[in-house]
Structure formats: structure tokens, C-alpha cells
Design a protein around this ligand. Structure first.
Ligand SMILES: Cc1cc2nc3c(=O)[nH]c(=O)nc-3n(C[C@H](O)[C@H](O)[C@H](O)COP(=O)(O)OP(=O)(O)OC[C@H]3O[C@@H](n4cnc5c(N)ncnc54)[C@H](O)[C@@H]3O)c2cc1C
Length: 385
């Protein structure tokens, strides 16, 4: 059975490792940090393909398949790890604060329905009946019933536990480079030495374009897009479902924290929380739920989404034999983890590219543009001297 090195222990790399091990592969996961601490820890955990309103029908189809796969995916990792990842299928409410918002929600409702979303428009009274904590002056809303959320930090812990239980090894390495000859991958090189592998999976998230040792013809263009978030201490009964308003959202967690997200900022490998980011999030949150003003802000954080030039992730084999990429999931990496893992495991075990990932080939036309951030990325990826 295949021996596989997975580079990157985010939700994408962990899900792939777990799925491969379930199919009998010998897997080692390499990361320079603790597992599941980068974007996969920073994300909001929304499983919301219709609310993200992607206009890309291939990507939407992949997102829908992954949402459908979530209950079985979660049941497996929970059983193996004993960690409850709090998967909740309680839908998404989009709140309109004025007539212009309401008009946009009418269009969004039609598009969500056409794409398979179970969407219904609500008047003010219906919005407040569902979510009495919101501003009394809401103009109306849109409810998408078939969307969900997962606690992504718990999911990271659960996947590490499930993967370990299946025999996956974890190596923490200060530096890592792909090892290959002109024809194929041979493994990875780390300060601990050379580790042979017949397949190497690049699941390095926002850093996937900066992996050392990758020949030019097999490189992908991934860039970081920062997202800042904060959490407010709030009883779990105050807000019941995901609430979107414009480009911001509220995510109620079972642990009495309400997440407020997220900014979208292009500023390279910079995962600081800025005053402007916090201001933006609080301003938007207090407009839709003024009663939040008297509750405590208990946490702020930021992460780097892995973005690609055409908005599609890279999932599949490359021109270098044995070198596979699974990165660039941008705003949907938590949602897409089960389907990415399924497809990559299928590819590695059977040698065939599953039809579901054909549109996401790393070597697709237009995807191999040089990445202006790659040099900065390589510098940022190196540990401080
Ligand atoms: C604020 C925010 C909100 C989000 N909300 C959602 C959401 O609601 N729903 C959703 O589906 N998605 C959401 N996302 C997107 C989602 O979090 C990401 O798409 C997903 O986590 C990417 O997972 P990953 O495993 O590819 O990358 P990461 O989680 O970033 O993991 C990459 C790993 O690779 C390691 N690594 C990198 N380079 C190397 C190297 N050279 N050697 C060794 N290790 C290396 C890193 O240390 C890291 O552990 C959000 C993201 C952010 C930032």
C-alpha cells in the first residue's frame, strides 16, 4: 500500500491523512507548527455553500457534495477520537437592515433555490420570532435551512485523534523541502534527514505556493488573504443560527461564545489583528444586534485563507509524478475537507483522477501564473534566525 507524506496538518492535510489511513495507507504528516493551528483554527466553521453564493458551478457542486458528506465524515472522526465536533444543521439567517438589503436578498433567494438551497424570504416579524436578539428595526430576512456549522477547532483535535488511532505518524519539522529527481517525487527532506515517500501531498494552505524544492513546472500560485475575527461572551440561547448581514456574520457556539467574522484583507503573510479590523467587525455586529454592546469581547484572532488566481482550489496530481496538491480552498476549506480527502485518497489508492476534482487540476490553464507573493512567502515561511 502507498506510503504517503502529507505536508501541512491543517483540516485539509489531516482529513486526507485520516482517509488514506482508513484505506490502509502508511501516512506521515509533516508540519512546522502544532497541527490544526493555522487557517483551520482561525476559521468560523460555517458549512454554507449557498450563502457564500459562489458563481462557479463546478465549485458549488463540490461544496454541495462535501456538505452532504459531512454527517458521515464527522460520525467517523468522533467515534475514532471521542471528541464531539458540534456539527449543527440549524441553517443560516440573512438579515436585511433596509429596503436595499431586502432587494438583494430577493435576488439571493432565487439564486440559492436554483442551486439547491432550501431558502425562504421572511418578513420582520418572522426574523424576530427566530432571532429576537437582533435589532428591532430589521427590514426582513432570508433563511437557508440546509446549511450547517461545525466547531473547527474541535474538528482539528478530533482529526488528529482519529488519524493517530489509525496509525498516522506526526512529525514537527522546522524546515521542509520536497525531494525529487527529474521524473518523480522521492520524499521530503527535513533537518532530521530524508524521509522516502512514493507520494507527497502538498496541503500547506496559504504557504502551498512557497514549498521548497518544487520544480517550476509543478508549482501552484497560492496567496494569503487575511481574515480577522473576534468572539463575544453570550449565552448560547441568545442567537440560535448563523446570521449573515452584508459581508459579515455571527456564529453562535455551544460554549457561550458568539463569533463575529470576518474581514478580508490582501496584505501578504500578515496575520495580525488590527484596530481597523476590530472596529469594522464591531461596527457591523452592533448595527444588526445592538444589544451585544454590553457583553464582553473575549478573544480576537486572525488567519490566512489560501487563495488562487481563478478562485478554484488545486486538488489533484501535478506534472511531477507522485506530487499531489490539495490547497487553495480559500473561504471554503472547512466545508471542503471531507470531499477533498475522499477524492485525494481515491486518487492515491486507485491511481485514477475522480471526476469530481477534474475541474480543479493543479495544472489547469491559467493556474500556473507566477505568484508575485511567492518570494515573500518563502521568506515568511523560514523560521527566524
Ligand atoms: C477568518 C477566517 C474565517 C473562515 N471561515 C470559514 C468558514 O466559515 N467555512 C469554511 O469552510 N472555511 C472558512 N475559512 C477558510 C478555511 O479556514 C481554510 O480554507 C482552511 O482552513 C484551509 O485549510 P488548510 O489545511 O489548507 O490550511 P491551514 O489550516 O492553513 O494549514 C496549513 C498547514 O500547513 C503548514 N505548513 C505550511 N507550509 C509548511 C511547510 N513548508 N512545512 C511544514 N508545514 C507547513 C502550516 O503550519 C499549517 O499548519 C476561513 C478562514 C479564515 C481565515
Amino acid at each position: 500500500m502507498a506510503d504517503v507524506a502529507v505536508v501541512g496538518a491543517g483540516l485539509i492535510g489531516l482529513s486526507i491523512a485520516n482517509e488514506l489511513a482508513a484505506r490502509g495507507a502508511d501516512v506521515t504528516v509533516f508540519d512546522r507548527d502544532e497541527p490544526a493551528r493555522a487557517a483551520s483554527w482561525a476559521g468560523a466553521g460555517m458549512l454554507a455553500p449557498f450563502s457564500e453564493a459562489t458563481a462557479d458551478s463546478d465549485l458549488l457542486a463540490l461544496c454541495r457534495r462535501s456538505l452532504e458528506a459531512y454527517p458521515a465524515f464527522v460520525a467517523d472522526v468522533q467515534e475514532r477520537s471521542g471528541v464531539d465536533v458540534r456539527l449543527r444543521f440549524d441553517g443560516t439567517l440573512h438579515a436585511a437592515l433596509d429596503e436595499a438589503d431586502l432587494g438583494r436578498l430577493g435576488v439571493a433567494a432565487a439564486s440559492a433555490r436554483a442551486n439547491g438551497g432550501d431558502a425562504m424570504l421572511l418578513d420582520r416579524a418572522e426574523v424576530l420570532e427566530r432571532e429576537p436578539f437582533l435589532a428591532k428595526h430589521v427590514a426582513g430576512g432570508l433563511f437557508v435551512a440546509n446549511e450547517a456549522q461545525v466547531d473547527n477547532r474541535r474538528l482539528g483535535r478530533a482529526l488528529v485523534g482519529a488519524a493517530r488511532a489509525r496509525g498516522v505518524r506526526f512529525e514537527r519539522v522546522a524546515q521542509l523541502a520536497l525531494a525529487c529527481d527529474a521524473r518523480r517525487v522521492r520524499g521530503v527532506r527535513t533537518p532530521q534527514g530524508f524521509a522516502a515517500a512514493s507520494t507527497v501531498v502538498n496541503a500547506a494552505g496559504a504557504w502551498a505556493g512557497a514549498l521548497d524544492g518544487v520544480p517550476e513546472h509543478a508549482r501552484v500560485a497560492v496567496r494569503p488573504v487575511a481574515g480577522e475575527m473576534l468572539a463575544i461572551a453570550l449565552p448560547p440561547s441568545a442567537i440560535h443560527a448563523l446570521v449573515w448581514f452584508g459581508h459579515r456574520y455571527l456564529v453562535p457556539r455551544d460554549d457561550a461564545r458568539l463569533l463575529v467574522g470576518a474581514t478580508v484583507v490582501e496584505r501578504g503573510f500578515d496575520a495580525r489583528v488590527t484596530a481597523a479590523g476590530v472596529h469594522d467587525l464591531l461596527d457591523a455586529a452592533l448595527a444588526v444586534a445592538p444589544a451585544l454592546a454590553s457583553f464582553a469581547v473575549v478573544e480576537t484572532w486572525a488567519g490566512l485563507r489560501p487563495a488562487t488566481p481563478d478562485g478554484r482550489p488545486y486538488i489533484g496530481p501535478t506534472a511531477l509524478e507522485g506530487y499531489v496538491v490539495a490547497s487553495g480552498h480559500y473561504r471554503n476549506g472547512i466545508l471542503l475537507a471531507p470531499e477533498t480527502a475522499h477524492a485525494i485518497a481515491e486518487l492515491i489508492v486507485s491511481g485514477r483522477v475522480p471526476a469530481s476534482i477534474a475541474p480543479f487540476a493543479p495544472g489547469r490553464v491559467g493556474s500556473m501564473k507566477s505568484n508575485p507573493l511567492r518570494e515573500g512567502a518563502a521568506a515568511a515561511a523560514k523560521p527566524a534566525e
